[in-house]
Design a protein around this ligand. Structure first.
Ligand code: ATP
Ligand code: MN
Length: 477
């Protein structure tokens, strides 16, 4: 390891007067004198001051944006504006050069679209450095929240043998030779010859397996990758995303809504408390981006203001039926401004409707519950009025961020729903066992991690909150 101080640890000034060694990447080099160094340990750069007369000209020429340096010198209080301390460089070593003719990241504003094409380098920008540090903090906060509540983390399988979860289109996992797969007598691909002896897919949700653990350990959560082969090219869908799925025995739907609200607020509070420097960068980025937009499209609140607002206010809880009534009587519905006009009870809500409720009508997060059974999954608990005990949490700018339900714990009701919806019972016999042996009321939900990241960072496109996004037509890196 190269012995060095992290920039994060130098900025508090405790080491002023000491000789320090710092390694990092050059952001800018001004007047042949001031080097801005960033090592990613925090957002701030450290200014390294060189007296060019003391250094070899050829060596200084290699100090260009993107180059990696090791500098040694005295840490002193800075006289210049914008930083508290700086290093007066006595020794300088260029560890890795970055040819300025070829290095794509120059100290100017690059578009997010361009940066997506160089996702292997975009982490070196202020914006993406901030996003990845916040992402780490949120991952940590998720585990901290559940650990402190006594939940156990469960790893559910990524390759799944059940394709009946119904949460979305799946990616097949196969080791067969695509050019000449074994065929059955009727000429179809014979998956009994495949690696697992059956058809397998990448998981779309860990819920069903999570339920097995909840009905033994009481309160569990999963936090893993999920895959959906839907061809939806939106700013809120990825083909590979991370999901957090708590599952709790002895919770009804309301308990689960309480947990969801507490959890979301915990994450927001954690980021507000621990990621202030990065949030300031992201807040400013959003404000700058907004200035380019027509007044009507600008966000009504700044990022930090919005986070605080979502922390301090109670979420509105209304039934699906109430939501339909609000939407039916809303201006955009009457004027047919919605792409999908709401006609009757039973309609599936689109993101435009969700956002109307949150952003225009209630102006705060909304939890919708008790949906028509026809538009929800087979495992959701049937209410007396034929709705199911499902809930979605809707957030401003995002729409659905959480989807959950109380699960049907009564064997005969569950079997009936599976038959009605054409879900093969034999394939999910193990799932039915949970209702045959020691069944109990239980509930759970799924939080899309990247949707939460979008909310916390103010990034409009989900491709910018995961290091290497997978979307239709794109699996670079
Ligand atoms: P949507 O209607 O927005 O496509 P969904 O109802 O299909 O979502 P669920 O199956 O309920 O989603 O998944 C639970 C959560 O996972 C969602 O609330 C959302 O936060 C997140 N999620 C779902 N699909 C995606 C995706 N393709 N990319 C990123 N996050 C997703
Ligand atoms: Mn959903």
């Amino acid at each position: 390891m190269i012995a060095r101080e992290k920039i994060r640890d130098l900025l508090n000034g405790e080491k002023v007067g000491d000789e320090v060694t710092v390694c990092g990447w050059v952001r800018t080099f001004r007047s042949n004198r001031f080097i801005s160094l960033n090592d990613g340990t925090c957002a701030a750069n450290l200014q390294a001051v060189v007296d060019f007369e003391k250094f070899d000209e050829e060596q200084l020429k290699k100090v260009t944006t993107g180059a990696c340096l090791k500098v040694t010198g005295t840490l002193v209080e800075s006289l210049g504006a914008g930083q508290s301390v700086e290093v007066q460089v006595e020794k300088l070593e260029v560890i890795g050069e970055a040819n300025p003719e070829k290095y794509p990241l120059q100290p100017k504003r690059h578009s997010l679209e361009f940066l997506r094409e160089i996702a292997h380098l975009r982490v070196r920008t202020n914006t993406f450095g901030a996003i990845y540090r916040v992402r780490h903090a949120v991952i940590y906060a998720v585990h901290k929240f559940f650990h402190e509540k006594g939940f156990y983390n469960i790893h559910t399988p990524i390759i799944t043998g059940s394709d009946a979860e119904g949460a979305g289109e799946m990616f097949r996992v196969s080791a067969l030779d695509p050019k000449s797969p074994p065929l059955t007598e009727s000429g179809e691909v014979d998956f009994t010859e495949d690696f697992f002896g059956k058809e397998t897919n990448l998981t779309v949700s860990g819920q069903l397996e999570g339920e097995t653990a909840a009905l033994a350990l009481s309160e569990i959560y999963t936090f893993g990758p999920t895959f959906r082969a839907e061809n939806s090219n939106t700013s809120r869908h990825l083909a590979e995303f991370w999901m957090i799925e708590p599952e709790m025995a002895f919770y009804d739907l309301e308990d689960s809504m309480d947990l969801a609200e507490e959890f979301l607020k915990y994450l927001i509070n954690y980021v507000l408390t621990h990621c202030r420097e990065d949030l300031d960068i992201l807040d400013k980025r959003l404000a700058d981006e907004d200035k380019q937009k027509p007044a009507l499209e600008r966000s009504p609140m700044g990022l930090i203001e919005k986070l605080q607002f979502t922390l301090e206010n109670e979420y509105e809880r209304i039934t699906y039926t109430e939501a339909i009534n609000i939407l039916k009587n809303s201006k955009p519905n009457k004027k047919k401004k919605f792409q999908y006009v709401i006609e009757d009870w039973g309609a599936d809500l689109q993101s435009e409707h969700e956002r109307y409720l949150v952003e225009k009508h209630f102006k705060k997060p909304v939890i919708l519950f008790n949906y028509p059974k026809e538009i929800k999954a087979f495992y959701m608990r049937i209410n007396d009025d034929d709705t199911v005990a499902a809930m979605d949490v809707l957030f401003p700018g995002i729409g659905e961020i959480i989807g959950g339900s109380q699960r049907e714990e009564r064997l005969e009701y569950l079997e009936k729903r599976m038959d009605e919806m054409g879900v093969p019972r034999d394939e999910l016999d193990w799932y039915l066992d949970l209702r045959r042996f020691g069944s109990a009321p239980h509930s759970g939900f799924g939080l899309g991690f990247e949707r939460m990241m979008q909310f916390l960072t103010g990034m409009g496109n989900i491709r910018d909150v995961i290091p290497f996004p997978r979307t239709p037509g794109n699996a670079e890196f």
